[in-house]
Write a protein that binds this ligand. Structure first.
Ligand code: GLY
Length: 323
């Protein structure tokens, strides 16, 4: 089964099991002139479940930082999401290696990359931000830091991830970077105080080269927040997003007056202009500004994102795209 199809089917099944608030497929660019606070926006249909957990924090007047951490942990712990946390597609050696980053309203940030055996890398990223003078820890160092701070070393494989790797190993073919193997969750939240934070977490590209790290833990690529202006998150091919530092670009474009929608569109257009082949690859952005407007844009029509507001509940939106 193609990966995205699998995810959408998984979500349909999950939607029957869990109580998901109203899910509407809304028209594109729906946030014009709306002033939403609190607000959560996250990538893909799996963002709906994550938004529910994040909303629990915001509705109790909690901090956006706590909301995004709690929200994306839902996706990290969901074994049916094969691109984030537990049950992610492994690398070509059969190891699940995870990347994550988090950024708060004070411009502080933390990240982990090439982290193995930890179910919730976003919480390790937060601990890097709060307990060390560093921004990113990688690989064995990140694992040792996590273990020293109370995280448990666990097997992140599921029967499905093992079976998929065995299947892939038979042919050992390089998996093309395509629509079906990039489904990172990025989440941005504005709390009742008007403060913005963001989180981004992924298992990265299926059957990637060992050691490959994508955009998700790179501040300014997979995630960027400036509490004066807004925030942006990415999903899609990290190699393209890193070459254009898409989320930092979006925040700077918003600083210069663009709406979140227009800024996301410009960042996608920049990728298409500057990176050969970007037009054939999935590259998607979400963004919010300080006023509570939100937007999204992608290279193709596959991208959906989830938005939770007081007025409209938890809704799924289809993003506009270049192609
Ligand atoms: N956007 C996730 C990755 O490329 O790893």
């Amino acid at each position: 089964m193609k990966r995205k199809t699998f995810l959408i089917r998984s979500f349909s099944t999950l939607a029957g099991i869990f109580a998901v608030p109203t899910i509407n497929l809304l028209a594109q660019n729906p946030s014009q002139d709306q002033k939403n606070k609190p607000l959560i926006i996250s990538t893909w249909p799996h963002g709906l479940e994550a938004n529910v957990a994040a909303w629990e924090v915001l509705k109790e007047n909690g901090r956006a930082l706590d909301a995004v951490e709690k929200g994306v942990r839902v996706t990290e712990l969901d074994p049916s999401v094969t691109s984030v946390g537990v049950g992610s597609y492994p690398d070509s050696d059969g190891n699940i290696t995870l990347d994550a980053s988090i950024m708060n309203e004070h411009g502080n940030c933390g990240a982990v990359s090439f982290l193995q055996h930890i179910k919730t890398p976003i919480s390790v990223a937060r601990m890097v931000m709060e307990k060390t003078p560093h921004v990113m820890l990688a690989g064995e160092g990140a694992l040792q830091f996590a273990l020293a701070n109370g995280f448990r070393k666990e097997d992140l494989h599921t029967d499905f991830s093992r079976q998929q790797w065995k299947e892939w190993k038979k042919s050992n073919k390089i998996v093309p970077i395509d629509l079906h193997n990039h489904d990172t969750i990025s989440m941005l939240a504005i709390d009742n105080n008007g403060d913005i934070s963001g989180a981004c977490t992924t298992g990265g590209l299926a059957f990637k080269h060992p050691g490959r790290v994508g955009d998700s833990p790179i501040i300014g690529a997979g995630l960027y927040v400036d509490n004066e202006i807004g925030g942006a998150g990415a999903t899609g091919v990290g190699e393209v997003i890193m070459k254009t530092l898409g989320t930092h670009l979006i925040v700077e474009l918003m600083r210069n007056g663009l709406s979140p929608y227009a800024a996301c569109k410009e960042a996608v257009m920049r990728a298409v202009k500057k990176v050969p082949d970007a037009r054939n690859l999935p590259v998607y952005y979400i963004a919010v500004n300080k006023q509570g407007d939100f937007g999204a844009y992608g290279t193709n029509t596959a991208f959906e994102y989830a938005v939770y507001t007081e007025n409209k509940g938890n809704t799924l939106h289809k993003a506009d795209s270049v192609f």
